[in-house]
Every structure is written in C-alpha cells, then in structure tokens.
Design a protein around this ligand. Structure first.
Ligand SMILES: *[C@@H]1O[C@H](CO)[C@@H](O)[C@H](O)[C@H]1NC(C)=O
Ligand SMILES: *[C@@H]1O[C@H](CO)[C@@H](O)[C@H](O)[C@H]1NC(C)=O
Ligand SMILES: *[C@@H]1O[C@H](CO)[C@@H](O)[C@H](O)[C@H]1NC(C)=O
Ligand SMILES: *[C@@H]1O[C@H](CO)[C@@H](O)[C@H](O)[C@H]1NC(C)=O
Ligand SMILES: *[C@@H]1O[C@H](CO)[C@@H](O)[C@H](O)[C@H]1NC(C)=O
Length: 378
C-alpha cells in the first residue's frame, strides 16, 4: 500500500522532492519534531520538541540560537528561544542510535514581520483625474518578511480589484512596491482605493496591514441622465417647469435661451413664462464645465384657452330661436285647427263676420268691430 502511494507520489513529485519516498527505501530516522513548523513573529519566543521513542546514545539541538547539547537518557529535548531575531535560523535535532547510526531532522522556522507601513499614492499625479485617462496607483509596503508569503490586495471600496504575489525567496525584510493601473469613469468619482499587505502563513488568521484609503476625484463633462430633447404642453397663461439638470464634475453651469430672452437664470431648472402666446416655443439650455457642454432642447406647446361663455350664450340663443320657431309653428297649426273647429262646433253662433251676416240684425249695432277682433268674444 505504502509503495503504491509512493509510486504515485513519485510520478507527481519527481521534479520536486524525491526525499518524500525515503521512508520506504531507507529506515526512517526515529526523531519526531513537534511542531514540525514554527511560525514566529520577528523577536517573539519560539520552541519545539524533539522526541525519540527508541533507545539512543544522545540527542541534541543544533542551531545558531538556542542550541541544546547532546543529552542521554531523555525522551525529548526542547529547543526554545525567548527572542528570535536570526532570519536564517535552521534548528536541527540530531540523535545517535544503535540501529540507524546518526540522523537528524530540521525544524522549519517561518519568521515573519508585519510591515512598518503600507501606503498608497498616485504615481506622478496630484489633483483630480480625468475620465477615461489611465493612471497608476502605487502601494508601498515597507519592511515586510518573508515576501514569498506576501499577497498585496487592491480594493476599490470593498471590492477586490487586483492582487499580486511574489516569488522571491528572500527571508529578510524588504520594501515591496505594487502598482495598479486604473482608467476612472464618472462613476469612480469619490471612489476609495486601498491596499492590504497580507501574509499567508497557514491556517491561523493572516497578519495583514491596510493602507489609508486614497480617495480619487474624477472630472467629467456634463451628461444628462434623460433625453436631451423634450416636448411639453402647457395651457395658455400657465408656466411649466423645465429640468435641465445634468451631472458633471466640476458641477455644470447653466445658461438658457428662451423665446423672450427674459429668463436670465443660471439655475438648471426654469419655469416657462406665463405670457407665452398659443403655439410652439423653443427653450434651449446649455450645461457646461471646462471639459465640455451639452445642450437640451425643450419644445413647449402652448394650448389656447377655449372661452366657453360666448359659445354657451350662442348655443342658448340658437336654442331659444329654434324652440320659439317650433312653438310658433305648433301654435300656428293649432290656431288654424282652432279656427276651423269654431266653424264646426259653434256654427251660426260664431262671432265671425259671417255670423253677423247670418244673425240678421240682433248684433247689428256692432258690425265693424267684429271684423278687427275676431276672437274677442269667444
Ligand atoms: C514539549 O513537551 C513538553 C512535555 O510534553 C510540553 O509541556 C511542551 O508544551 C512541549 N512543547 C512544545 C513546543 O510542543
Ligand atoms: C529582542 O531582541 C531585539 C534585538 O536584539 C531587542 O531590540 C528587543 O528588545 C528584544 N526583545 C525582548 C523581548 O527581549
Ligand atoms: C514619474 O516622474 C518621474 C520624474 O518626473 C519619472 O522619472 C518617472 O518615470 C515617472 N513615472 C511614471 C510612472 O511615469
Ligand atoms: C435657483 O435655485 C435656487 C436653489 O437651487 C433657488 O433658491 C433660487 O430661487 C433659484 N433661482 C431662480 C431664479 O429660480
Ligand atoms: C460648447 O461646446 C462647443 C464646442 O463643442 C463650443 O463651441 C461652445 O462655445 C461651447 N459652449 C459653451 C457655452 O461652453
């Protein structure tokens, strides 16, 4: 089983480390180091145990700092140091055994140092940035070790933008620059860039140091958030508000051209004049800053007020005339019918002039009046 595993391992690690397979080819050195790796901050204390489970004729630690002379009749010896400052330290535990002879094992020491400072700046640039141009940001990590475990992460706000790692095997502290190229857009105005130097040292939380944020200012020409052509309707005698407000940095300045050229406002909003005559009127507005300008055109349709009073009066007058005509017409028909009816119903008693003729003398005292007032007596 072990051999098979080793075969596989060999295939994958042939370029890396052939000693992986030593255990199966030569007897293993019966020394155990616990822990096998020490991660220690520069100047902090460190210790490790060297333990043997077999008979030996002496074990000891060999190191540039904290060596322990060979001892017999012990199961373990401890390498310890109060204040570890040797970047190149490589402690080894050695032992002499009846069966294996002398062998040794090394303690892996990873000594690290968090940076003295992490700072961010724009390279060869001060002041506002221009939209669409490229700029270089630099993060300077001062005095950090070991650089092979360092990752420099770039953030815009909370968003990770980029990260850099380093292959250098230098164990001692170095200054590490990292750069980021940015091409800001208008949306980046006020964005905060920061960089973080992080030491990836294993399972424990990584020591990290973060720079102060660099807030960038982006200058950009005015832009309208909505269309730059608008058509509005307004009733004669009323005003309608026009909105020409644009985004831009520096904040745009506004100028208006109006039908009457009376509105000399420099505001981005304007209410149309209430004295516009019915018809179409054009208002234009220009939003400008040193990077450019934008024009917005408003077409204002003024709808005339319809005066209903004369119309109503006219309709009423016409109605009166029509109703009167109908009434007169109906009455005239009725009157005709009534007159004919008098003949039918009252016959000789009628007061018509014919009657007078027919009556023969009774009313002969009033002969001519009856002619002019035919209905008077009914
Ligand atoms: C070494 O072993 C001793 C005894 O077992 C123990 O007290 C000590 O914590 C160990 N030290 C380390 C670094 O493991
Ligand atoms: C550790 O060593 C350094 C340099 O030798 C020294 O400056 C520091 O004070 C020491 N720290 C302790 C806790 O002994
Ligand atoms: C920054 O300016 C200096 C001198 O003015 C120049 O030597 C350097 O190359 C510039 N760096 C970049 C990234 O433009
Ligand atoms: C311009 O706008 C400001 C506020 O933004 C307002 O106080 C002022 O009255 C406006 N001026 C005109 C002429 O509308
Ligand atoms: C707007 O820009 C044009 C060129 O693009 C320029 O001719 C004009 O003078 C500018 N107007 C203002 C008000 O800045």
């Amino acid at each position: 089983m072990e051999l098979t595993n080793c075969g596989l391992l060999l295939m994958f690690s042939v370029f890396l480390d052939l000693t992986l397979c030593e255990p199966t080819t030569t007897p293993e050195c019966p020394i155990q180091i616990q822990p096998d790796t020490v991660v220690v901050r520069y100047g902090d204390p460190a210790s490790a145990n060297c333990t043997v489970s077999e008979d030996h004729t002496g074990i000891g630690w060999e190191a540039s700092e904290g060596s322990v002379d060979r001892e017999q009749d012990v199961q373990f010896i401890t390498w310890t140091f109060e204040n570890l400052t040797d970047w190149e330290i490589q402690p080894k535990c050695y032992g002499n055994f009846m069966i294996y002879g002398q062998c040794e094992k090394e303690l892996k020491v990873i000594m690290y140092k968090t940076p003295d400072s992490v700072s961010i700046s724009a390279v060869n640039h001060t002041g506002p940035m221009l939209e669409g141009k490229q700029y270089q940001l630099q993060c300077e990590v001062q005095n950090i070790a070991p650089v092979r475990y360092l990752t420099v992460k770039w953030y815009k706000g909370e968003t990770l933008e980029d990260q850099t790692t380093y292959d250098a095997l230098t164990k001692t502290p170095v200054n590490v620059p990292s750069t980021l190229l940015i091409t800001p857009t208008s949306a980046d105005d006020g964005a905060q860039y920061s960089c973080v130097a992080e030491l990836d040292l294993g399972p424990q939380p990584y020591p990290a140091a973060k720079s102060e944020p660099l807030t960038i200012t982006v200058h950009y020409p005015p832009i309208f958030t909505s269309s730059n052509v608008e058509t509005l309707e307004v009733t004669e005698g009323e005003g309608v508000p026009l909105d020409c407000c644009a985004q831009g940095n520096p904040p745009p300045e506004y100028s208006w051209t109006t039908p009457q050229n009376q509105d000399q406002t420099t505001n981005c909003t304007l209410t149309t004049s209430t004295s516009l005559s019915p018809g179409t009127h054009i208002y234009t507005c220009s939003a400008s800053n040193y990077l450019g300008n934008q024009t917005k055109k408003f077409t204002v349709e003024v709808i005339p007020i319809v005066d209903y009073l004369p119309l109503i009066a006219g309709i009423v007058a016409i109605a009166v005339v029509i109703i009167s005509a109908i009434f007169i017409f109906i009455y005239s028909i009725y009157y005709k019918n009534t007159r004919m009816g008098q003949y039918d119903l009252k016959g000789g008693k009628s007061n018509a002039q014919n009657g007078n003729v027919a009556q023969n003398g009774k009313d002969s005292s009033l002969p001519m009046k009856k002619l002019t007032q035919p209905c008077g007596h009914v």
